[in-house]
Every structure is written in structure tokens, then in C-alpha cells.
Ligand binder design. Structure first.
Ligand code: EPU
Length: 346
């Protein structure tokens, strides 16, 4: 028999968002078991109210009050499903903390996640925005995704190839927005460790430590040290990691920009296009380290907005808009937010 859902009323989300915004939701439901997922997708409350799936809360800007239902995946089991032809198929519950998952895999000799070490957030969010860092993206290791359809409560597997993965993008953010709740993800990992050190800053950090042939643990530790040197520790300073995406421009636009700004930082993005380092653009506009009211731009990485104490979503919006306007005026480039502003209308 299906257990009834435990529904919390007027619930504080302070501990559920890394920006540390004092937000409240009208209803809050923890999803722990399969029957919770099933019951939630069939419940009248969920069907008749605005609904938001909140994982680790590391990429969201929450409103003061969410007038609807927040669903929080909290299942965190990790299982080795199959070992075949040098690959390991590992399943993790949507509520598993991403960094625990990466550590668990490295400790067990399941390889492929080292460059994604120390990313905040939960496993269920990884396919949604195709998280990435240091030359690797979640899409490189995701095999398939299991989810519940909010439309009729049915369940299905979605293969990685169907997910429409792109830079910080998937169909879960696009055509499937608000349709599926992901409850678990299967990853395809490797028995043999094959380090990926194509990201220049990572190769340099290894060289600085005199490491020629890193072990998986050394690679993950080096990634962690790099992240720690640039990104705020969420337990000390509220932030949502990279606040903006790195904008991708066509080669002719890039050439014009480069002529006017010889120091511009960019990386090839395929098809002759270039991904501009948004942190560089923002820094050039003089925003690095600045504060506007209760929000600021992090001193060590201009792509990161930080809570200077007691900020709200509208403070964050104001600062983001001011930065977007300055970058537009100075470079003619349109910045897009990576962090998501949540409200009961979207
Ligand atoms: N830069 C500046 N000033 C700054 C920040 C960056 O000039 O204030 C320039 C530097 O030249 C630097 C280059 O930009 O070498 C790239 O910086 P970094 O290596 O820090 O990477 P990023 O492009 O700013 C992206 C991801 C991060 C990820 C890192 C490492 C996005 C939106 N962000 O940042 O992801 O950790 O690469 O791979 O793609 C996140 O999404 O929350 C996140 C932290």
C-alpha cells in the first residue's frame, strides 16, 4: 500500500539554497521512496498548484514566498548495476549529493567523474542543466535517466541520446520543462582510469604540484583545490556558483571583438564559434569585487554573485541586470543567467 505523503506547510527553504536566501514555500514534500514519487505525481495538491523540484538548491534564486508546492528529491542510494566490457553502470538516487557520489565512485575504482569533483548540488540536477567543469560535462557520463511524468504519473527511462544535451542545457530545461521528475540516474563509468587533463588551468595546476601521472584521487583533489581557490564555500558565503553562462559567439563577431580587445579570453566551441569567458567580460566592466546593496560580485571570480547578507531575489535581479546592461554596452554581447530565478509563474 502507498504511504500518504508527508506535506509540510509554510516551510523555510533557508537550508535548501546555497545563495542562503530566506525563502518560504506554501507546501514542501520530501521524496524519499519510489512510492513518494508515485504519490506526488498523482496527488491533487501537486497537480492543481504551481510546482517546483528543488534539488541541492545550488543553481536557484528563490523568491521570498513560493506560492505552490516544492518537491525535494531525497533518495540517495548508489548501486552498481552491471560491469561489462570495461564499463560500469552505476545508478544513483536523485537526492544523492553530487560530491558524495563522485567520492564514492573514486573510492570504489569507478572512473570518469574526477573532473566533476566538488560540484555542489544533487545527482537529479546533473542531467537537467548538464553540469560541467574542467573539460568534462555530465553528458559524458550519463547513460540514462529514470523519471515520472507529471502529466499522468507514468514512469519511463530516457536514454542520454534523447536528452538533447548542450552547454548547461537539456530538454529537461527546454521542451520538457515542468514535465518530468527525475528520481534516479544511471551513469556509464570506466574500470580503467584515463585522466582528462585537456583543460589548461587543470594541466597547469597538476604541473605546479609536480604530478605527471595523476591517480584519480590526485586529479579530483587538484580539481577541488582549483575550485576552492576561485569559488566561495557555500557554507561560508551564499552563492549559486557561476551566475552567468559563458556566451557563445560566431567567428566574425569574435574577430571584431578580438581586434578591439586583444586580451579577450575565449575557448573554441565547435563550428568555428567561440565561448567567451564571461568572468573576463564582467571584470573588464569593473564589476569584480563590487557590491550593490546586499549582493556583490565575488572578488576571486567575476562570474559568481554572492550574498553579502540578507539579500532577496530582487536584489540579485537588480545586480544581474546592471551587469548584463554594462556588458551589452561595452562589448555588444548578451549575457544569459545560468542560475534560475524561481517563481510560482514559471
Ligand atoms: N576570467 C577572468 N576574470 C574572472 C574570471 C575568469 O578574466 O573574474 C577568465 C580567466 O582568464 C580564466 C577564464 O576566464 O582563465 C576561465 O575561468 P575559469 O577557469 O574560472 O572558468 P569559467 O569559464 O569562468 C566555467 C564554468 C564553471 C567551471 C569552470 C571550470 C560556466 C558558466 N562556468 O567557469 O562552472 O567550474 O568553467 O571548468 O561554464 C558553475 O557552473 O557553477 C561553475 C562553477
Amino acid at each position: 500500500m502507498t504511504e500518504p505523503l508527508e506535506i509540510k506547510n509554510i516551510f523555510s527553504l533557508r537550508g535548501f539554497n546555497t545563495f542562503d536566501i530566506e525563502a518560504k514555500t506554501q507546501y514542501f514534500i520530501n521524496l524519499v521512496s519510489q512510492s513518494d514519487y508515485q504519490a506526488a505525481t498523482k496527488s491533487k495538491l501537486v497537480r492543481e498548484n504551481p510546482c517546483f523540484i528543488l534539488g541541492g538548491g545550488s543553481n536557484v534564486i528563490l523568491p521570498d514566498y513560493y506560492d505552490g508546492v516544492v518537491l525535494h528529491p531525497a533518495n540517495s542510494e548508489i548501486k552498481l548495476l552491471e560491469q561489462k566490457d570495461g564499463h560500469l553502470y552505476v545508478e544513483a538516487g536523485a537526492g544523492t549529493r553530487w560530491l558524495d557520489f563522485v567520492n564514492h565512485c573514486i573510492d570504489n575504482g569507478w572512473y570518469g567523474l574526477e573532473n566533476l569533483a566538488s560540484i555542489p548540488g544533487c545527482v537529479g540536477a546533473a542531467p537537467v542543466q548538464n553540469v560541467g567543469a574542467y573539460g568534462k560535462e555530465a553528458k559524458d557520463v550519463i547513460h540514462r535517466v529514470h523519471c515520472y511524468d507529471m502529466a499522468d504519473g507514468s514512469q519511463r527511462w530516457i536514454e542520454a541520446a534523447e536528452c538533447g544535451f548542450g552547454y548547461r542545457w537539456s530538454n529537461f530545461k527546454g521542451e520538457w520543462k515542468n514535465r518530468y521528475i527525475i528520481d534516479r540516474v544511471v551513469f556509464k563509468l570506466e574500470e580503467k582510469f584515463n585522466p582528462d587533463v585537456t583543460y589548461k588551468a587543470l594541466a597547469q595546476a597538476l604541473a605546479d604540484r609536480n604530478i605527471d601521472h595523476p591517480t584519480a584521487r590526485q586529479l579530483a583533489d587538484t580539481v577541488t583545490a582549483l575550485r576552492d581557490s576561485k569559488l566561495p564555500n557555500p557554507s561560508e558565503i551564499g552563492s549559486a556558483g557561476s551566475f552567468f553562462k559563458n556566451p557563445i559567439v560566431d567567428s566574425d563577431v569574435f574577430e571584431t571583438l578580438r581586434k578591439a580587445n586583444p586580451g579577450i579570453v575565449a575557448f573554441p566551441a565547435g563550428d568555428g564559434r567561440q565561448k567567451l569567458a564571461a568572468g573576463w567580460l564582467i571584470e573588464q566592466c569593473g564589476w569584480k569585487g563590487r557590491t550593490l546593496g546586499r549582493v556583490g560580485v565575488y572578488e576571486k571570480q567575476a562570474l559568481v554573485l554572492v550574498n553579502r547578507g540578507g539579500c532577496t531575489a530582487s536584489d540579485v535581479r537588480q545586480l544581474a541586470d546592471a551587469i548584463i546592461a554594462d556588458v551589452r554596452t561595452r562589448f555588444g554581447v548578451e549575457l544569459e543567467c545560468e542560475a534560475i530565478f524561481v517563481n510560482s509563474e514559471n
